[in-house]
Every structure is written in C-alpha cells, then in structure tokens.
Design a protein around this ligand. Structure first.
Ligand code: F6P
Length: 343
C-alpha cells in the first residue's frame, strides 16, 4: 500500500511521535510506502510531499513540532478543493491518507471521507477538546508547561504582594486552565465554558487579602469571557481559514479591572505558544505512538472515515463524524469541584 500522512492546524508536542510510529510500523511491519505531505492540507492540494522512510524519521520521537510542517489551510474553502485533492492523491498513487489534526483538520477529513476519499484521522490538540476520545496528546505537555510557570509565578507573586494573572491557551475549552490551575494551586480559574463575573473575581481576591494572603494567582483561558454587561467585550480580530479569531488580551483586561476595582497591584503573563513548543512528556509520547500504530493498522484494513481514540486505557476506532460532531468541553461539575478551592 502507499499511504499519505499530513499534520494540520496548530502544532502540538507528540506529532512527530505519531509520524514515526506510522512510518515504522507501516514500512517494517506492513510493507507500505509512506508519503509525508507538507503543511497540512496545503500539501495534497499543491502536491507538496516527500517520501518518508525509517531512516528519515529517526530521532524525531522526543522532538516537538512536526517535521512535516503545519498550516490552517481549509481544503473545503477552495472552490475545487475536493476534486483537486482527489486528482492529486491519484497522481501520487495513494491508497489512502492519514490526517493528524484537531477539530478543523479532522472536520475537513470527515467531510472528504463523505465525498468518497479514503481518509482517516488521528486526534491531536493541546486544548484536549476533541470529541470521541477521552484525551488528546499534547495536552499533558501543555499542562506541565503551564503548571511550571504557575509555580514560578507563585514565588514572585508572594515576594511582591501582587495579583499575577496567567493567560493560558484554550479557545473554546478550559481544560488547560482547569488542570494547570488545580495543579498549581491557583486562587481563581476562569474558563470559556463559564462566563465570569469580574465582581466575584475581585470578591475572592479581597477575601484572600482579608485572611492575610496578600498575593494571588489567577489562571485565565484565552477564550474566557466576562458575563454579559459586567466588563467591556473585545472586538473580534483577524480570522483564519476556518473562521477562528486570533485570541489573546483577556489577561490584560482583567489586570486593569482588578487594579481599578481592588487597588491591588496586578500583572499578566501570557504563556502563548510556549505551551505548544518543545519536547512532549512521556505520557504524550506514549499516547501519540499508540495512536500512530493504530492509525496505520486501520489504514491497512481500509477503515476509512475512522479515528483511533483513547477510551479509558484502550485505543479504539471511532467514526470520524463522532469525533467532530461536538467539542468536548469542561463539564460544569468538574469546574464546580475546583471552585470550592478558590479565594
Ligand atoms: O487549537 C490549539 C490552539 O493552541 C488554541 O488554544 C489557540 O487559540 C490556537 O491554537 C492558537 O494558534 P495559532 O496562534 O497557531 O493560530
């Protein structure tokens, strides 16, 4: 068999581990040839690819990023996208394509499968918000990075009696904020799923102050929003090919509000892409490898339109359509369990 592989959307620690597993098992065990497309869906749209071999993928397991490059190109946005892909996959004599990505990349993969293309997916995102799977690789690494940052901010917050706000990634889901906030002992955690009341945030900080703790840590997901009418709302910025606005700025806005309302000195740290870069944790390397192995087996069995997923401790194949039907957001009860620790 001749199989293609691509990595789309925001990069994520563990992508190279998936690629390596696909190539190793695909070539050595199944006798396949593997083609790596450049920069997400741009690769098959423009026939930009390279042959991947066991030799060319040596040493990449612990490396962050993706050796194939990534982009947010949406093939369905091109008027002739589906036909171009069909033609180009045939041109490279491919039997099928493995798309490694999050909601957007896999949403496109699912739609292309519906159009009759032999495509299957592998779930990835640091945001941990894909449906159909209990977890995605990259998340554990992002939580580790954010937790380490919170630990470091704690000591300087205490020295200066400051409110330190940590803005972490999480466009629609607050998994990184919730888990790093819990691990780092944050005093307030704000997530997109639960619009916040800035008055209540200030009340918690003031209560802590009254108890003799003159510093606090607030962890806020980039997609967190104030409850309607409680704080000025940001104008939407630039959008990408999938229509997502570039986020960022909620930390700074909170900083000003908290200072104005409480008189406490507040400062913001935006962690940004540092959460996505660098070497994956052991957990993410293992999960990514297991998903890569399962994906190449699924392709060998022509299980197009599916995605290997973590279900409990097992890897199982689920329909791609199930994975992209709905985002997996933080359940209210998980947030409420953390809330009792605030302030
Ligand atoms: O989807 C993953 C993610 O990390 C989001 O949390 C974030 O909003 C987005 O990517 C930012 O990615 P980029 O800056 O690459 O567009």
């Amino acid at each position: 068999m001749r199989l293609g592989v691509l990595t789309g959307g925001g990069d994520c620690p563990g992508l190279n581990a998936v690629i390596r597993a696909i190539v190793r098992k695909g070539v050595d065990h199944h006798g396949h040839a593997i083609v790596g497309f450049r920069d997400g869906w741009r690769g098959p749209l423009e026939s930009a690819y390279e042959e991947l071999t066991v030799e060319s993928t040596r040493g990449i397991l612990p490396r962050g990023g993706t050796i194939l490059g990534s982009s947010r190109t949406n093939p369905l946005k091109r008027p002739d996208g589906v036909e171009t892909l069909r033609r180009n996959l045939e041109g490279v004599h491919l039997d099928g394509l493995i798309a490694i990505g999050g909601e957007d990349t896999l949403g496109a993969a699912s739609a292309l499968y519906e159009e009759g293309l032999p495509v299957l997916g592998v779930p990835k995102t640091i945001d941990n918000d894909l449906g159909g799977t209990d977890a995605t690789f990259g998340f554990d690494t992002a939580v580790h990075v954010a937790t380490e940052a919170i630990d470091r901010l704690h000591t300087t917050a205490e020295s200066h009696n400051r409110i330190l706000i940590v803005e972490v990634m999480g466009r629609h889901a607050g998994w990184i904020a919730l888990h790093s906030g819990l691990a780092g002992g944050a005093d307030v955690i704000l997530i997109p799923e639960r619009p916040f009341d800035v008055e209540e945030v200030c009340r918690l900080l003031e209560r802590r102050h009254a108890r003799g703790r003159y510093f606090s840590i607030v962890v806020v997901a980039e997609g967190a929003v104030p409850r309607e009418g409680t704080m000025e709302v940001l104008a939407a910025g630039q959008t990408d090919d999938f229509g997502h606005a570039r986020l960022g700025g909620i930390g700074q806005r909170l900083e000003r509000e908290i200072e104005d309302r409480t008189g406490f000195e507040a400062r913001t740290t935006v962690l940004g892409h540092v959460q996505r870069g660098g070497t994956p944790t052991a957990f993410d390397r293992v999960l990514a490898t297991r998903l890569g192995l399962a994906a190449v087996d699924a392709a060998t069995e022509l299980r197009w339109g599916t995605m290997p997923a973590l279900r409990g401790t097992r890897i199982e194949l689920v329909p791609l359509a199930e994975a992209v039907a709905e985002l997996r957001t933080v359940p209210p009860e998980d947030y409420e369990a953390a809330e009792v620790l605030f302030g």
